[in-house]
Structures are given as C-alpha cells and as structure tokens.
Design a protein around this ligand. Structure first.
Ligand code: SF4
Ligand code: SF4
Length: 380
C-alpha cells in the first residue's frame, strides 16, 4: 500500500466524521487548478486550448486558501496546466502545507529539478509531487508529443526522492499501448523509488450513441486493467484506493460520486466535476446545493457519463465504500494484505498481448478514427 498511515488516518477520521454528522455530500479531494498554462502541448489536452486571455489568468494564493477553507477537504490536488509555471506556486503549496492539507502537486516535472534547486519546497509528509508519466519512454513521449520528456521526468523524480520528498506517479492509460510495456514501466517507477503509483483510464466524450457500445467500451477498459493489475508483482505500490483498482478490473461496480473531487479554477467552482463543464458558481456551498446531481453519473443516463471510469468520479465512491460498511473495510484490508490478484486467464491474455503489434496509441474511449476529444481530459 503506497499511502502513509498518518494520511489514511486523517482521511478515515474525516469520512467517519462526515458520516456521523449525517452529511450526504462531502468532498474528499479538492482539485485546485491555479492556472491553465503549460510548457507541453499534449494532444487531447482540454486545458491548453483556452484563449490567450484565459491562459494568462492565475489564481492568487489568497483565492486558493479561501477555496481550500471553504471546501474543507483533507486533500488538495493541484493539476493544471503546469502548476510549477505559476509564479507564486511556492507560496500556495507552503500555505496549504501549513494548513495541514495533504497536497498532491501534479506536474509534468520539466521544471521540477530547477524548482528543487531553487529551494522552493521543503520535504513534508503533507507534500507529494505527483509526476505525470503515461507509460514507458516510448508511450510517454508519444502521449506528451515531445521526445525526451520521459528522461527529464525520470531524472526529476530521482532528484526529488533523493532530497526526501514524497513522490508518486500518475498515469492515464492509453489503449493499444501494450499492457506488458506498462507492467515493465511500473517496475521502472518502483526502482526510481516512488512511494506509489496512480492509474486511471482517460476520459473522452463518447461518440457511441447506444448503450451496447458504452458497455463494450467499459469491458475493454476492464480487460486492459485485468491484464495490467492481475498477478501483481510484489514490489508494486499504488497510491490509490484498492477498491477503485478492483472497479477498474471489473471486480466490483460503483456509481460516480461527482462531488467527491470538486474543482476550483479561474472561472470559479466547476459544475459538476473535473471533466464536465456545466457552468460555474461562486461558492462551494452553491456548488453542492445548486447542482442537479441526479443529471450526472451512469444511472442518470447522461451520455457524457456512460463510459467514464475516471478516478475523480469513482475513487471517492470506493473510499466511501471502505469507510461506509464493514464489508468495504474488510475488502480493503484483504486487498492490502493479500492483493496479488492471481488470475490465469489474465496471464494468458497478457502473453497474447505481448505478441501483438501495438499502435497507434489512442486514449481509452476514443477510436482510431475518432475525432479529437471535445471535453477536457485529465491534465497533468
Ligand atoms: S461519471 Fe465521470 S463525467 Fe460523469 S459526473 Fe461522474 S466523473 Fe463526471
Ligand atoms: S495534459 Fe497536462 S502536461 Fe499535457 S499539455 Fe495538458 S496540462 Fe500540460
């Protein structure tokens, strides 16, 4: 398990506290986007296409602190754009650490080494660099549309780990990229000394008009994750809910919890989730009270939600299951203690996969012929 006990304890007591108060909708992780600018231009990124006047905008540290306090979530994820391009990112991160929030700074790591050398950050159990790595060197450089980025990011990870920082990786999975290569990539990341890894399928607005196609897409995603996450190697650690990983493998089903990871950015609080943009409101209270939550999630029938299995919607459901029932807690403990997930069928599929030619790589949810994504994907 790649999550420190102190952090698990904070989350557990927070969730139980919310349940004791009878709060139906509560946030777990605030997705704080202090800017949309980036020093990469990945194909399919839904953030960097904003017009120049939006890309120039930034949240101030004060706006960030107000949002964090309003929201009250114990964890704050800082995606972007590239947060290390924010001129006051040190102030923002240090202010959140001082408020004892568990901060995950999501970065493509191009600037990480430089910022570490400048002494912008101090190691803390509250601060984790979550480095965007979409697979091995070939997969990652293809995904970010620039050669050499994998090497730069690997060096930055080594540097940050060496300086005593908590470092994780976050990987958005690409179809046809090769399950075997991804497993080798996990080995590589563990060798670099990361605390844990995070994986998620990408999100793409579905073009398929019928439920059967949606169902096929989800099965395809399940099959890929079965190959990758069954028969796990002993050394692998994931910085995620074990039950969410079981959901990705098709071993359990969840409904989305879109309020679990609310998003705040230069436009305000984004309705209803990190992926969809159904308007913005000024306060977190308004977000919770004014959003028509029953219009979202798979059960709503909303086409935009039918293929989605992304962590920002489903990981809160898994965490809620863990702390919301003895069965969920037992399943989590069982996974932590014994979770190798032996599966001869998955091993056989993996052998076949290794013999297949792979490529072109396509983000899960898109077809080779598909049009560019018209809704935001997970950014770095
Ligand atoms: S299912 Fe996905 S797209 Fe729909 S509300 Fe949940 S997280 Fe957002
Ligand atoms: S996906 Fe992330 S790293 Fe790539 S351009 Fe978008 S914000 Fe930058």
């Amino acid at each position: 398990m790649g999550i420190p006990i102190s952090q698990m304890w904070t989350v557990a007591t927070y969730v139980l506290g919310q349940k004791l108060r009878g709060r139906k909708r509560y946030p777990l992780v605030l997705m704080l986007e202090p800017l949309f600018r980036c020093n990469l231009a990945c194909a399919g990124c839904g953030k960097i296409q904003y017009p120049a006047h939006v890309l120039k905008q930034e949240l101030t540290p004060e706006q960030c602190f107000t949002a964090v306090e309003e929201c009250g979530a114990p964890m704050v994820s800082i995606p972007g754009g590239e947060p290390l391009m924010h001129p006051r990112i040190g102030e923002i991160v240090n202010g959140l650490v001082a408020r004892r929030k568990y901060v995950y700074l999501c970065t493509n790591a191009i600037l990480l080494r430089q910022k570490l050398e400048e002494g912008l950050f101090t190691p803390s159990r509250y601060l984790t660099f979550s480095v965007h790595m979409d697979g091995d060197e070939q997969q990652h450089d293809f995904a970010v549309c620039r050669e050499g980025v994998y090497q730069v990011a690997s060096e930055a990870i080594r540097e940050a780990v060496g300086r005593g920082f908590r470092v994780t990786t976050n990987t958005t999975l690409f179809d046809a990229g090769g399950a075997t290569a991804l497993r080798a990539f996990f080995d590589e990341m563990m060798k670099l000394g990361v605390e844990g890894m995070m994986v998620s399928p990408g999100y793409a607005y579905p073009k398929a008009p019928d439920q059967a196609s949606f169902f096929r897409e989800r099965l395809k995603t399940n099959r890929l994750f079965q190959m990758i996450l069954s028969n796990r190697r002993r050394g692998w650690r994931f910085n995620q809910s074990p039950l969410y990983l079981e959901f990705l493998m098709g071993l359990r089903d969840y409904e989305c919890t879109p309020w679990g990871n609310p998003t705040y950015n230069v436009f305000g609080w984004q309705k209803p989730c990190y992926l969809l943009q159904d308007g913005y409101v000024d306060t977190f209270t308004e977000l919770i009270e004014a959003t028509q939550w029953d219009r979202f999630g798979r059960a709503s029938g909303n086409p935009a939600c039918q293929q989605c299995m992304v962590h920002c919607g489903y990981e809160p459901s898994a965490v809620n299951h863990t702390f919301g029932s003895p069965g969920g807690m037992l399943a989590t403990i069982r996974s932590i203690l014994f979770g190798r997930y032996r599966d001869p069928n998955a091993a056989e599929q993996l052998t076949d996969d290794a013999q297949q030619p792979h490529g072109p790589m396509v983000q899960l949810g898109l077809t080779v012929e598909g049009q560019p994504i018209d809704s935001p994907t997970e950014a770095a």
